[in-house]
Ligand binder design. Structure first.
Ligand code: DGL
Length: 291
């Protein structure tokens, strides 16, 4: 990617994407930790869930969305999706010459905080079947029992913004209760959609169980990478008030701007993303080349 100058690169956006709305939990952590950064989020809700799709399909979607974001241009890419990261991160790193930060289930930290010696991992079937998760289990499962629990149907509930319904709770009880019965005292949320139902999970598991969600760790890793490459907007000198512009050229305060895109049905994408983000957001539809 050719940049007109270094300032243009530093002030350009960070691309964040997920199979759908789940990556908003990571976007929130990035926004909290790096409030000056401009962000572009793509929800591939038109193709969610990825969790039961073939690896080829998921890799192809990551390439299409990665290309769209790369062309914005963005200075870094965050794959805010465990399923996509475990399958496609190396391929994207080979194709795009920008830093790419991914996400994997937090089995390592969970194995160091468990007191009962039993850790439960909630994630998609595709994530749990991956070589990456197998490696994590081999590395950190020596003295700890790691229980892998796929959660089919859960992403669909969250894509429909059905977070606290009776059906969602019953589905979650079927996933969480067996982990608690097996004495898991630490539960890893290995899918970025699941923090949206964290309270229900905690309620089923009980207050003694530690629930680990990954957004903040991903944001820290992104910040480290940007610092290493001197691309962190936070470390730049403050911009004089009269010179503050956002990445689309309009005057703004020092807060970064966020653009939201979705491949889902536009009205539903807007409603669900606004509700999950906690304020009304304008969601742009993606062009046919991306959908
Ligand atoms: N949010 C995703 C993850 O972290 C994927 C969910 C899905 O589409 O199945 O794995």
């Amino acid at each position: 990617m050719q940049w007109p100058d270094c300032d243009a690169k530093v002030s350009s956006s960070i691309g964040v994407f997920d199979s759908g709305v789940g990556g908003l939990t990571v976007l929130r952590a990035i926004k909290d930790q790096l409030p000056l950064e401009n962000l572009v989020y793509v929800a591939d809700s038109g193709h969610a869930p990825y969790g039961e799709r073939t690896p080829d399909f998921i890799i192809d979607r990551c390439r299409v969305i990665g290309s769209f974001l790369y062309a914005q241009p963005v200075k870094a890419l965050v794959m805010a999706c465990n399923t996509a990261s475990v399958l496609a991160i190396e391929k994207l790193r080979a194709e795009f010459d920008i830093p790419i930060v991914g996400i994997e289930p937090a089995i390592k930290p969970a194995s160091s905080v468990t007191r009962s010696g039993v850790v439960g991992v909630l994630a998609t079937s595709r994530t749990l079947q991956s070589v990456g998760v197998q490696k994590l289990c081999d590395l950190y499962g020596q003295n700890v029992e790691i229980l892998l629990q796929p959660c089919p149907g859960l992403v669909e509930c969250i894509e429909n913004s059905s977070l606290t319904s009776k059906d969602t709770r019953e589905l979650l009880e079927g996933f969480v209760q067996p982990l608690v019965d097996a004495k898991a005292d630490t539960i890893v949320l290995g899918c970025t959609h699941y923090p949206f139902v964290r309270e229900v999970i905690q309620d089923i598991a009980g207050s003694d169980v530690t629930v680990i969600e990954p957004g903040a760790a991903v944001a820290r890793q992104l910040s480290r990478r940007l610092n290493e490459l001197q691309l962190n907007r936070e470390s730049q000198p403050p911009v004089p008030k009269d010179k503050q512009v956002n990445h689309v050229g309009s005057v703004c305060d020092q807060q970064g701007a966020i653009r939201f895109y979705s491949t889902g049905e536009p009205k539903m994408a807007s409603d669900v993303m606004s509700s999950l983000w906690g304020e009304a957001v304008r969601v742009e539809a993606l062009t046919s080349a991306v959908t």
